[in-house]
Design a binder for this molecule. Sequence first.
Ligand code: AMP
Ligand code: MG
Length: 287
Amino acid sequence: MNYSKKFIVEPGSSIRLKDLEPSFSKKNVKKISSIKEIKKLQEKMDEFQFRLFTEKKHALLIVLQAPDAGGKDGVVRHVIGSMNPQGCRVVSFKKPTQKELAHDFLWRIKRQVPKPGEVVIFNRSHYEDVLVVRVHDLVPKEVWSTRYEQINDFEQRLIAKDTHILKFFLHISKEEQLRRFKQRLNDPTRQWKISEEDYAEREYWASYEEAYEDALSKCSTDKAPWFVIPSDKKWFRNLAISKIIVEAMEKFGIEFPEPSVNIEDIRRKYHTAVHEGKKGERSSTNK
Ligand code: AMP
Ligand code: MG
């Protein structure tokens, strides 16, 4: 199965979340074998990220959006946690501060985009400005409705500067969300994650669905596609996202940089038979 093709929001199409399964099931995709596969994919991601980091030309921006308890933190940990922290950064966007609100909605976003060689994960993003902001009328419709185009322009400008963009919507069912909230209540290590606001937001489920459908349909483009990931099962979510990231990275075609020194010269100077022989002698006398 080609995961990218299966879960992409085709540019120019209009999606309906009700038509998409939050709980994907396919006979030949099993939890046990997937966990092994995820491990292999993590190694590949790590290798690609290393190439990106050494090449210092391309960058990768991964955008995560989901309802509360949708699994954004889990994706950060299990999927992206495999990469070398030296070249990775996670940015979580919360309710904007007064200072941030005094600027255009993209201001705080632009400051956090990846530099060449970097992988950056947005845990929530500029899309909140057409989601929570739209659902709760935080700005008038005349304002939020112009933002889809502004978002597309902004993303195209990043792409023009060799930043690859992958956007994932973690699709969970309303029932699964309630189950996860209950789990949080019962788990002292995760109680800090829950608030009454989370339950209150459930009242707006349908409005969020509508807002998501618009954002995903209007802002899925060839170079910055949206993927709707069935996320009721955490292992499948991790598998699908890892696959899509690896499939995309394979297409980047990133090579290791050319050496800036003359490799042959160095080899001749320090690795002739004489040098290597001496080294060999030393190690044999040590025995
Ligand atoms: P959490 O991710 O659970 O820590 O919560 C962050 C909160 O910040 C969520 O309720 C988001 O909806 C909210 N948030 C993020 N970005 C914005 C924004 N641009 N405007 C208003 N609320 C936002
Ligand atoms: Mg929350």
